[in-house]
Each structure stands twice: as structure tokens, then as C-alpha cells.
Design a protein around this ligand. Sequence first.
Ligand code: GAR
Length: 202
Amino acid sequence: MKAKLAVLASGRGTNLQAIIDAWRQGNLPVEIVGVLSNNPSAPALARARANGIATAVLELSDYCHRNCYGEQLLKQLHAWQADIVALAGFMFLIPPLVVTKFRHRILNVHPSLLPSFKGLNAQKQALEYGVRITGCTIHLVDEGLDTGPIVMQAPVPVLANDTVESLSARILKEEHRLYPEAIRLLATGKIKVRGRKAIILE
Ligand code: GAR
């Protein structure tokens, strides 16, 4: 049985596209059961629809704060019978309720070499700090912000004339290369967690 994958995305969805492409090419042994966004106009939703994948929108509202949002998110993931979840530019912290139910079954992609430059605008943070090397990280999600066990990382050099845009574009290429592979590892049970470390069994 193939693992059922749900993808959560807030924006343009190029990582989602990389996942869909790998899946279409037969390189990702999952069933993509749905794409959920907190943003009804996210291009990621259009990418899902163009590929015949179910979509859902869950907007944050004044009367639905973190716990209520977590319950609704969980309800949708259960409705899709999702086994694993990939955050692909999902700009919202996953509520603890969902982390607990999907412990070690949620992956996130982040555009820095964690634990450096957590949170928003990681590429800008790296440029402003003046690091010579940054990159991207795929990690399991825990209750913290970008703190979960690291599954894969790729370095990207920072060039003297880099802008946020040029650096982000080179990091994004690495994200697209790594993310389908990390999802494959999770989907096939090749990631085990010992303490704060993710161990890869192949
Ligand atoms: C990606 O660069 C991803 O690493 C980043 O958002 C972008 C989404 O792009 N995620 C974060 O910063 C999460 N903290 P995409 O919508 O084209 O996949």
C-alpha cells in the first residue's frame, strides 16, 4: 500500500510542483490525496487542480484560533486518510494537536541550513548576516518553529553580488531536488527518530 500524502501550501507552490513532477515520473511511491491552503488564491491550489488533485482551503479567522484551526486541519487530513504530510511553503505554524497526531509524519522544507535563520525571510537573514554558505533543510516537524529533526540538507554558496531573489532561486533548485527524495524516505518508512536526530535507514 502506498502512503497517502497531503501537501499544505500557502503560496506559488513550486515545491508542490516538484513533488507532483516526481510522482508523475514514477519516482515517488505515494498517493497524493489532497492539497490544503490557508490562502484561497494560492497558485499552489491551481497546480493541484491542474493535476486532478483534491484541494481544500482553511482560512484563519478571528473566531478560529490555533486550537480550532488544528481541529479543522486534523479533520481534513483524516477525511483524506492522509498518512504523511508535506509542508511546501505553508506559512503557518502547525498546531500542537496536529503535531501530536502526526508525530514524525510531517515534513517541512526551509530555505536555510537550520538551525541558522529560522522563521520568515531566511534568505534575507542569511544575506544580511553575511554568511558565505547557506542552503536548504528538510526536517520533521515538531512543536517548535523550524526545530524538528533534520532529514536532509544541501549547501548553497552566497555570491558577492547576490540579491534575495538570486540567492532564493539557487536555494529553490536544491529544495526541489531534495524534497521529493525526503518524502520518498518518509513514505517508505526509512526515517526513524532517535532523540533529536533523524536516522535514515538506507
Ligand atoms: C520555499 O522557499 C520554502 O523553503 C519556503 O517558502 C518557499 C515556498 O516556495 N518556506 C519557508 O520559508 C518556511 N519557513 P514555493 O511555494 O514555490 O514552494
